[in-house]
Design a protein around this ligand. Structure first.
Ligand code: ZN
Length: 211
């Protein structure tokens, strides 16, 4: 980075759309033949540590999308293996202004307004990344005490390696970047006073109250 850019934030948040077949079909979308990529501004990030999270009002439905989030720990080069460049993982919600997104899609406009609003990237605590553990663990999202989404990496269309290769190749990936790796089926609306909890296996990794 040049000295002109000193003090500028470097955090990138990349997201994968339609990476689970059943989720693509529940929204009436085709299964993509290359990863569908978009990004969120760093200001969209908010921790799920039991506090209140304020969301936009009057813009229609806001949907939760439960996702595994990978944290990149060093600059990704061509040929880098997932285990070399991902140190930690978390769970997250890629919140989406669904009605706004439908309008944007119709107009052929970018998704930023639907996907990039403040607090739209909820994130739990991080823990060490372990591929084997991922293969053996189901993750889930619980809303007001009811399980709404359950996912497993075996159902991903593009693997973590595919996603990292594609992001690094197209945009670059460096230390501290985050990747939201796509949501399984079961997305739905979230409302004021809802309590959300994110689970890795049976372990609660984060929670919040919508305001
Ligand atoms: Zn998503």
């Amino acid at each position: 980075m040049s000295k002109w850019m000193k003090g500028c934030s470097q955090l990138n948040i990349y997201c994968i759309g339609r990476n689970y077949e059943k989720h693509a079909s529940e929204l009436g979308n085709e299964v993509p033949d290359q990863p569908l990529l978009f990004s969120k501004p760093s200001h969209s990030l908010v921790e799920a540590r039991g506090q209140e999270i304020v969301l936009p009002k009057g813009l229609g439905d806001i949907h939760y999308e439960l996702e595994i989030v990978l944290k990149i720990n060093k600059a990704v080069e061509k040929g880098s293996k997932v285990t070399e460049v991902v140190s930690e993982m978390a769970l997250g919600l890629d919140l989406t202004l669904r009605d706004v997104q439908s309008e944007l899609k119709k107009k052929g406009h970018p998704w930023l307004r639907a996907k990039g609003f403040k607090n739209s990237a909820i994130i739990t605590e991080f823990w060490p990344f372990d591929e084997k553990e991922c293969a053996n663990t189901e993750f889930s999202f619980d809303l007001n005490g009811e399980t709404r989404q359950k996912g497993h990496t075996r159902d991903m269309i593009f693997t973590f390696q595919d996603i990292i290769d594609e992001c690094a190749d197209c945009f670059g990936l460096g230390e501290g970047d985050l990747i939201y790796t796509g949501t399984p089926e079961g997305v739905g609306p979230i409302h004021v006073n809802d309590i959300g909890k994110l689970f890795w296996g049976v372990e609660e990794k984060g929670s919040f109250l919508i305001k």
